[in-house]
Design a binder for this molecule. Structure first.
Ligand SMILES: Cc1ncc(COP(=O)(O)O)c(C=O)c1O
Length: 410
């Protein structure tokens, strides 16, 4: 069934807003999506009727809250086809999930001279934790480069992967939209005796996900980019790997026993969930997943491929050589993230003029400074698409960009 965008839009109260006298055209979902009323209602209902702290109360509310939290874990596990709920760890966001791996797995398994293979298009969240480890431990960081068509250059993969302990790569670039061949990278990592980590922050919200088919070992994503609330992210990892990892943060809930002279860690996943967890956020994330399930992830992906194709055509036709688009030209090889430069106009000026037209896009380095250097720019403007965007949004973007270009024309 094709996505009924008009009906999807009705579920998002914020899309009824007018900004600067114009209908809001929200094109910044790659930074953070909007959330439907179903998610807001689920969280309100949880707070109004069921809230108590989880895992440590014997009374009815505490049991209800614990059930809601653990059911959310089961919902996440099913959504990504995880083999067990135990392999799903809740974190604050994907940044924390990736830091968890660098801290708990990295500091246990990586020694001076060990190598980690990254790519030049990583978000800082999958870069800075490894740079920190490199400074602290003297590990070597290697980088997959970009090919001319903005895909990942795998021509040197065999040499680069040789001798590494971890391949850690994004599933989809938050700047270029490029989809990376996860299965191929995971297989290459395993053939080299390494593990494979995937930063799926831009992937899970937009494509059907099956962590078992993808074949990776660590897989992180973040709730607020997939119609869920802020404050919750997910790390999925193979059970045996998680079991072999020491705790990350210390405190309540993550222990089996504590004495004045020592402590024992809890089993997974609690070992990695110190302190009061994001309970209402887990409830909201589960509601977002139910909403995405109802839309159908295949239908969502189909809609986005088609809309991305329309956007690439429209912007090229209407702006001509005034616009430079960064990213693969083939819509099926990418997600709906459109980074661009408008000739002679700073990306921040672009974003400000677009705001006058009610169009919300992001401008900056998108937390991918090494990639900006590869592209030879300091910043780009970025429009990103989701289930609630349609061709009208793209047309409005093109009109606003023409206005920006005319306004700044010398
Ligand atoms: C590819 C990628 N990784 C990681 C992140 C970080 O997400 P969060 O801030 O939710 O941790 C982002 C957010 O923009 C992203 O696009």
């Amino acid at each position: 069934m094709a996505l009924d965008v008009a009906s999807v839009r009705k579920d998002f109260p914020i899309l009824d807003r007018c900004i600067n006298g114009r209908r809001l055209t929200f094109l910044d979902s790659a930074a953070s999506s909007q959330r439907p009323r179903q998610v807001l209602d689920a969280m309100t209902e949880y707070y109004e009727m069921h809230h108590a702290n989880v895992h440590r109360g014997a009374y009815t509310l505490a049991t209800e809250a614990t059930d809601a939290y653990e059911n959310a874990r089961a919902t996440v596990a099913r959504f990504i086809n995880a083999p067990s709920d135990r392999s799903v760890v809740f974190a604050k966001n994907v940044t924390e999930a990736l830091n968890l791996v660098a801290h708990a797995w990295g500091r246990t398994h990586l020694r001076e001279g060990d190598a980690v293979l990254l790519s030049v298009m990583e978000h800082h969240a999958n870069l800075v934790p490894w740079l920190m480890l490199a400074e602290e431990r003297g590990i070597e960081l290697r980088y997959l480069q970009l090919a001319d068509d903005y895909t990942l250059d795998l021509s040197d993969l065999d040499r680069l992967v040789d001798g590494v302990k971890l391949v850690a790569v994004t599933a989809m670039s938050n700047v270029l939209g490029t989809l990376t061949p996860i299965r191929r990278l995971a297989d290459a990592a395993h053939d080299a005796g390494a593990l494979c980590l995937i930063d799926a922050a831009q992937y899970v919200p937009h494509l059907p996900t099956d962590v078992q088919a993808l074949g990776c070992d660590f897989f992180g994503f973040t709730g607020h980019k997939m119609m869920g609330p802020t404050g919750i992210g997910v790390l999925w990892a193979g059970e045996e790997i998680l079991e072999s990892m020491p705790a990350f943060l210390g405190g309540g809930s993550m222990i089996l026993d504590v004495r004045t002279d020592g402590w024992l860690p809890a089993d997974i996943p609690e070992r990695f969930e110190a302190g009061t967890p994001p309970i209402a956020e887990a409830v909201g994330l589960a509601a977002a997943i139910r909403y995405l399930d109802d839309l159908g992830m295949d239908a969502l992906r189909e809609h986005e491929v088609s809309l991305t194709g329309y956007a690439l055509r429209t912007l090229t036709e209407r702006l001509g050589d005034r616009i430079t688009l960064f990213g693969p030209s083939e819509p099926s090889a990418r997600g709906g993230v459109l980074s661009f430069e408008l000739e002679g106009v700073h990306p921040h000026d672009v974003a400000q003029v677009l705001d006058q037209h009610g169009v919300a896009v992001r401008a900056g380095h998108h937390c991918a400074k090494p990639l900006m250097r590869v592209l030879g720019v300091n910043a780009t403007a970025r429009a990103s698409l989701y289930a609630y965007n349609d061709t009208d949004d793209v047309d409005t973007l093109a009109t606003a960009l023409e206005a920006a270009s005319d306004f700044f024309a010398i």
